[in-house]
Design a binder for this molecule. Structure first.
Ligand code: AHR
Length: 505
């Protein structure tokens, strides 16, 4: 890789009337799959000293509330493609133990739809429920919407009431299967087959409850050979009953090449732009007024646990699976990925960090506690402070060549919250050696002052947090590094850092 001669300066140009779009809070969503220790020992562990009377881990709920996770996708993932939702409701003694083929384990169904909905209430989050379109059909899709959203007086709504839940759940957001383009997926289909099935499922589900929104499966990654054609054909067959198209992506630093790894957000940015183009192409040929928006409902770093997972014993209950231990450089990329999602706020309305607890997750648990992984911090800070209107920024910054194309040394985004007279800048300095000087003309924001400049940085790119050393990587206050003078904000972005600069009147 050729490093360009750079002046280590980044200039962010904004105009308060030029906006990209309002942040839909659902882009700070996450994901809980029946996989590894996400559910069992993650959010649910009856008998544990941190469990409440229903078996939910209180220490985990506290950390999730700290993030303010607005939606949680459930129950999968690959898991959902052979899942019978009926197994997961009603008296626990009647629930079957099943062979779980997606991850080679045994599923006890001790935790299911009713437990998840009860947990959502405690966490103060909304469900994003995925149906099985792999091994099951549209009849089952209809039944589960009836169970969840019809008040009473029908077979499935009365089943819910008999199971002790009087009021309907009113689940508003439904995923029409998971990664159906992937040959690994149980019930994998061609784009035509899936598009027709998703269209029919969405139709029948919306007959049961016209107020719901549906997410059709896009490609499970930009690298899929069917990418592009898959999106086009699926939408051509399901346009009228689909509201969002999904995108999934995971990145890894297998080659231990940090500059290229940190440039992965360039690939994510292209992925989003390309999917937007395909949605709009189908809109045009359909002469439709309806716009399909995006649900980036799986994104993260995932590679640390790949090798150890190959050695797992089969058909056991909730093993340690996909337990990536995240390091400091992973947190930088997660920060850049959040910035990328925000910069597409006009079309990305939903996104789910995959996943939430223990399985490729910001939160880890053991029998004796719960702690924050490195990636917890950019995710939490974006969710807490990244609410408002995303401004359309012109960012003048040097770039470096990467395998994903030219990558800016600094990724950044500005969010204006006019109601609360606040401005927030998120910025990642990907330069591993040099600090960058940031400047931004804020004269349209007369009287705004720096409230906080929080920085996540570390001398060791591979530094991690653990139960014994939970605070090894955590943000520090560097408010003194930022100031507004005569309406111009200047800041120092340390080499290799995630920055949150908050201003208010
Ligand atoms: O999040 C882990 C897995 O990654 C999900 O089950 C699947 O949808 C994706 O391939």
């Amino acid at each position: 890789m050729k490093k360009q001669k750079t002046e280590n300066k980044v200039q962010i140009c904004i105009d308060r009337d030029f906006t990209i779009g309002k942040v839909d809070k659902r882009i700070y969503g996450s994901f809980i799959e029946h996989l590894g220790r996400a559910v069992y020992e993650g959010i649910y562990q009856p008998g544990n000293k941190f469990a409440d009377k229903d078996g939910y881990r209180k220490d985990v709920i506290k950390l999730i509330k700290e993030i303010g996770v607005p939606i949680v996708r459930y129950p999968g993932g690959n898991f959902v493609s052979a899942f019978n939702w009926e197994d997961s409701v009603g008296p626990k003694k009647n629930r079957p133990r099943r062979i779980e083929l997606a991850w080679g384990v045994v599923e006890t169904n001790e935790f299911g739809l009713d437990e998840f909905m009860n947990w959502c209430k405690k966490v103060k989050t909304e469900p994003m429920y995925a149906i099985n379109l792999g091994t099951r059909g549209i009849e089952d899709a209809k039944n589960v919407v009836e169970y969840c959203n019809i008040k009473s007086g029908t077979l499935y709504s009365d089943m819910r009431i008999k199971n002790g839940v009087k009021d309907p759940y009113n689940i508003k957001l439904w995923c029409l299967g998971n990664e159906m383009d992937g040959p690994w997926q149980m019930g994998h289909m061609t784009a035509e087959e899936y598009g027709r099935k998703a269209g029919r499922a969405g139709h029948i589900m919306k007959l049961v409850d016209p107020t719901i929104e549906t997410v059709a499966c896009g490609s499970s990654g930009l690298g899929m050979a069917t990418f592009g054609e898959w999106e086009r054909i699926v939408l051509e067959n399901s346009y009228d009953t689909t509201d969002y198209l999904s995108l999934h992506t995971y990145y890894g630093n297998q080659k231990d090449d940090t500059p290229n790894f940190l440039a992965s957000s360039v690939a994510m940015d292209k992925f989003i732009s390309q999917v937007v183009s395909i949605c709009d192409y189908v809109k045009a040929i359909k002469r439709s007024d309806k716009t399909i928006n995006l649900s980036f409902d799986e994104w993260n770093v995932w590679y640390h646990s790949n090798e150890q997972d190959k050695k797992l014993e089969k058909w056991v209950e909730h093993p340690h699976q996909l337990e990536d231990i995240y390091n400091f450089e992973d947190a930088l990329l997660v920060g850049s990925m959040l910035i990328t999602l925000l910069r597409h706020a006009d079309r990305v309305k939903i996104a789910c960090l995959a996943q939430l607890v223990n399985v490729i997750a910001p939160i880890m648990t053991s029998d004796t506690g719960a702690w924050r992984q490195t990636i917890f911090y950019p995710y939490m800070q974006a969710s807490v402070y990244g609410r408002g209107e995303v401004l359309n920024t012109v960012v003048k910054v040097p770039t470096y060549e990467s395998e994903h194309g030219d990558a800016p040394y600094v990724d950044s985004v500005v969010i204006a919250d006019d109601e609360n007279e606040a401005l927030t800048i998120f910025a990642v300095n990907k330069n591993l050696e040099d600090d960058f000087e940031l400047s931004c003309d804020l004269r349209q924001y007369a009287g705004y002052k720096v409230v906080e400049h929080s920085v996540l940085t570390h001398k060791d790119l591979k530094a991690i947090n653990s139960e014994k050393n939970p605070d090894n990587v955590k943000p520090v206050d560097m408010t003194k590094s930022s100031k507004v003078t005569k309406g111009i904000l200047t800041s120092k972005l340390p080499a290799r850092s995630w920055n949150v600069i908050r201003l208010a009147k």
